[in-house]
Ligand binder design. Structure first.
Ligand code: WTA
Length: 683
């Protein structure tokens, strides 16, 4: 380990991080892994070179490790040489995601092997959790029953089924059942509100929703079906004809004519054959809604063939997955996010390594729950988010120290930049300095990892996601598309097509083109713009510097500032609002809302604290608890430029304490003087 801190001047996007420690991967002999799939720099470089210069050969070889019903005719078809947008992958091939995750292993004789291990949050009287183990055959049979039931309800290939459940095995089965029959799923994270559900159902025009009576979180029941009913009955999700509901929490709701009980429904389809539907490689596998910088959330649309190849390939090499070697992979994300889609299910199952699903909170009943799970299930790969790591750090070392974590081989991080302090803590306290730490950069849109270390070869630097993965031509450029000098900040772009790339924004081609394909053009061709700022250091390591659009990344969840602002102004006391990110010890970035009250409300100026609580509750209802502002600051007006633009940079500085204008934030803030001053420099 070398330690040597430097500092360099940068132009454009500013980076404040200068971390130069380097950690080499443990050599094969001292590693806890049975072996490294890629263990030399030469091999890595050879494969990377091939993946970029001859993607047809590289990806054709990888794709043939999976099962296809009809082989593809061409690996990739670009609209013209050098174009990235609208590339088609594995053209002519047909396959099925569920078949690749379950059936093919059954057919190869691994039907009785463990595919999924699930652990409940609530504990039995003796203090032990409920554990359910599902084999590949279980996944095959249960997805076939639910698939047959969905078909019986009239679900057609290509239609979108909405899923809103907690982290239970039936959630995994629901996704697989959709995949099995060729329906696309749209999973909504269990923390979202009825309004958010209604918006998503309406956009997708789902006729069928799969939900549950509730989910367990820190010993409490969070209702789910109630919110689905509210979305349908009062918030306009009128396309829904059938609601399938799983009983998990004995939290019955009023029975509606459209309701079906999950288990009773499946019983009726015990013996109905439901083979995996062959799907064209470019057909839609799923939609996943993500916040945008404007208005309503966008349905990110993924393919079947390219998505699966990318998910499988990245899972295999980034986590070093080796079947039959006793590994158990655990990703702590919720299936409602892309991380759960790709690295709980679709990337892990085809690799034939058991995947672990935990139902609840990391601190229930105690703050050592995750470490207890690692010890009991002998978890070998552990994948979590910086916000969680910072919370673990805050809770203290005593909790991980209570448990034996020596089964771990590789540890990973995803969702936002990981600060070096959290990186070192994770590496040393959880990984005992013996497990490579893979800081994986990617997005809902990329389908799987795009910039990441590989565990057996990449020397890692705390805070850097290292190098582009195979096939990914990532670069840091200026607005003209020219690569910027080392250590200079710029826009992160991807200049060549990759199989896991999003295929569209559902029903909105214009938004798809505007959001991802209109910022940077190289040689006349639009390249993919991720919306993140980045820099590359002298050794070619990438450092992500955060969002450049109006999106804030809170605890690894992307929230559009516009969306929160419109939710704020829908509260009767609020006339105008601006939302910005601010540094937050645990969440990485927290939300500060600057709010102008209606004159009547401002007159009252009674109990501002109570008003803050009401506004927060309102946001929870409109969007979900994750979007609740950490700080609400009242102001008589928002600082604006002459052209009427809210001066967000100024607000960001104020929110992060760089600029202090009012000592007491519980009173109304007066921006006029400062705004006047600032306006002069920006006009
Ligand atoms: C951020 C999550 C730095 C980034 C898979 C990106 C990261 C957004 C990292 C995508 C990382 C994700 N280092 N930043 N390792 N991983 N991000 O769509 O801003 O929920 O654009 O996908 O998270 O978030 P999303």
């Amino acid at each position: 380990m070398d330690k040597n801190n430097g500092s360099k001047e940068e132009s454009g996007i500013q980076s404040v991080l200068h971390e130069e420690r380097v950690f080499s991967p443990p050599p094969e002999s001292s590693s806890r892994s049975p072996r490294w799939l890629i263990n030399s720099k030469e091999e890595y470089e050879r494969l990377y070179e091939e993946s970029i210069s001859d993607p047809a050969t590289f990806y054709g070889r990888i794709a043939s490790e999976l099962s296809w019903f009809t082989p593809w005719k061409t690996v990739l078809e670009q609209k013209s040489a050098g174009s990235v947008l609208d590339t088609e992958w594995f053209v002519g091939g047909t396959l099925n995601l569920c078949y690749n995750g379950a059936d093919r292993h059954v057919e190869a004789g691994f039907g009785d092997d463990t595919a999924l291990v699930w652990e409940s949050e609530p504990l039995n009287e003796d203090g032990s959790p409920e554990v359910r183990t599902l084999t590949y055959r279980d996944l095959q049979e249960q997805s076939a029953r639910l698939g047959a039931a969905l078909k019986d309800l009239g679900v057609q290939k290509g239609e979108i089924v909405t899923i809103y459940m907690g982290m239970v095995p039936e959630l995994a089965i629901s996704l697989l059942a959709c995949a099995r029959i060729g329906a696309a799923h749209s999973v909504i994270f269990g923390g979202f509100s009825a309004q958010a559900i209604a918006d998503r159902i309406e956009d997708a025009q789902s006729r069928v929703v799969i939900t549950a009576d509730g989910l367990f979180r820190r010993g409490k029941i969070v209702p789910l079906k109630e919110k689905v009913d509210e979305a349908i009955d009062t918030l306009g999700a009128s396309s829904v004809e059938h609601v399938i509901s799983l009983t998990r929490c004995k939290n019955a709701t009023a029975h509606q004519k459209r309701d079906h009980d999950y288990h009773s429904l499946l019983e009726r389809f015990q013996d109905t054959p439901c083979p995996c539907e062959p799907l064209g490689a470019e057909e839609m596998s799923f939609l996943l809604y993500t916040s945008g910088s404007t208005g309503k959330p966008k349905g990110i649309q993924h393919s079947v063939g390219g998505y699966l190849v990318h998910a499988y390939l990245t899972a295999k090499y980034v986590f070093n997955l080796i079947p039959d070697s006793g590994q158990t992979f655990w990703c702590t994300a919720d299936i409602g996010w892309i991380t759960g889609h790709t690295y709980i299910l679709y990337g892990i199952l085809p690799n034939r390594v058991p995947t672990l699903l935990y139902e609840g909170a990391p601190d229930f009943p105690e703050k050592d729950r995750l470490w207890d799970i690692i010890e009991r299930h002998q978890v070998t790969q552990f994948y979590t988010a910086p916000t969680a790591i910072r919370a673990f750090m805050k809770w203290g070392d005593e909790f991980p120290k209570r448990r034996d974590l020596s089964s771990l081989q590789v540890i990973g991080s995803v969702g936002e930049p990981i600060n070096p302090e959290a990186w070192i803590w994770y590496y040393e306290t959880i990984g005992a300095g013996k497990c490579p730490l893979v800081d994986t950069y990617w997005q809902t849109e990329t389908g799987g990892h795009v910039i990441t270390p590989l565990p057996g070869v990449t020397p890692t630097k705390p805070g850097s996601c290292a190098h582009p993965f195979f096939g990914i031509d990532a670069a840091v450029v200026d607005r003209t598309g020219r690569e910027v000098a080392p250590n200079e900040g710029g826009l992160l772009v991807i200049r060549k097509p990759w199989p896991g790339m999003l295929r569209g924004v559902y029903g909105d081609r214009k938004r798809f083109l505007e959001t991802y394909w209109s910022t940077v053009t190289i040689d006349g061709e639009p390249v993919y713009t991720a919306g993140d700022g980045a820099r590359k250091d002298d050794d070619g390591y990438f450092w992500i510097m955060g969002r450049i659009d109006d999106v804030i990344n809170v605890s690894g969840h992307r929230l559009g500032t516009m969306e929160i602002e419109s939710a704020l102004v829908s509260h009767s006391a609020v006339v105008e609002a601006a939302v910005v990110g601010m540094p937050h010890e645990v969440k990485g970035t927290g939300i500060t809302a600057f709010v102008t009250l209606s004159p009547q409300e401002a007159e009252r100026t009674g109990n501002l604290e109570a008003l803050r609580d009401k506004i927060r509750e309102h946001i929870a209802k409109e969007i979900g608890s994750i979007a609740k502002p950490d700080s609400i600051r009242f102001t008589d007006a928002l600082p604006k430029t002459r052209s009427g633009k809210i001066m967000r940079r100024l607000l960001r500085d104020i929110a992060s304490g760089k600029e202090e204008i009012a000592q007491d934030t519980s009173t109304l803030e007066d921006f006029s003087v400062l705004a006047d001053l600032k306006e002069q420099d920006s006009s």
